[in-house]
Design a protein around this ligand. Sequence first.
Ligand code: NAP
Length: 241
Amino acid sequence: MSEQTIALVTGANKGIGYEIAAGLGALGWRVGVGARDEERRETAVAKLLAAGADAFGVPLDVTDDASVTDAVRLVEGSSGRLDVLVNNAGITGAAPQLPTSVDPATVRTVVETNVIGVIRVTNAMLPLLRRSPSPRIVNMSSGVGSLTRQTTPGSETGPIAVAYSPSKTFLNAVTVQYAKELQDTNILVNAACPGYCATDLNGFRGVRTPEQGAAIAIRLATLPDDGPTGGFFDDEGEVPW
Ligand SMILES: NC(=O)c1ccc[n+]([C@@H]2O[C@H](COP(=O)([O-])OP(=O)(O)OC[C@H]3O[C@@H](n4cnc5c(N)ncnc54)[C@H](OP(=O)(O)O)[C@@H]3O)[C@@H](O)[C@H]2O)c1
């Protein structure tokens, strides 16, 4: 079996996901660039290869069962196992998202990608992760998913967003459930908060670079075997739930 560490990053064609792939590639890892749009995926892979990373494209729509099944086959055929899964793909959903006027379809769409997509991809990839000596799962959450921050006056949690913010709270809760079920295995599963980064997601209004946002995911992807599981972390340490 290959000694090289194998990672898959979902939503890796741009933004924070691309920088996670670049950071893991710089460690000498083989990195799957999970992305649904062929042109953007191949452009990202070419850029990563040019930078010296061992990158490969993985066609992947996290909302699509068949696409996820095909992605498992591709990763298995290419590497035989998976060491690290970074569930980074995410959407904010259509605005406005005031609770009293939101279109329920908006909430459903966001949860389908940000929560169900993570469960779908994780469960499909688990057999490959179980073949790794030190499997890690990193779920890209957000500080806006912290109920403590949402209910603390003066905390910066952005606009009211009844689809996006609760989807990250849901994802945090899902992360805890995975950690509990997997606590007697060698799989560590944690949620990451990248901070407010300038990406397409927010019209590039974020104050941090995508590379800065990627750092916490890279740290959780490279945890030692005695590292934490079932936690929620940013660059400063633990984020309140
Ligand atoms: N930027 C921030 O300030 C911030 C803060 C907190 C948390 N986050 C989280 O960080 C993650 C990355 O966000 P970002 O800021 O880098 O945003 P971004 O630049 O918009 O990137 C999002 C990525 O997710 C992909 N994606 C969306 N739906 C997908 C699907 N169904 N299947 C596969 N890929 C899909 C996008 O692919 P396409 O190109 O095909 O759309 C894109 O590659 C998200 O989970 C986001 O919620 C971001």
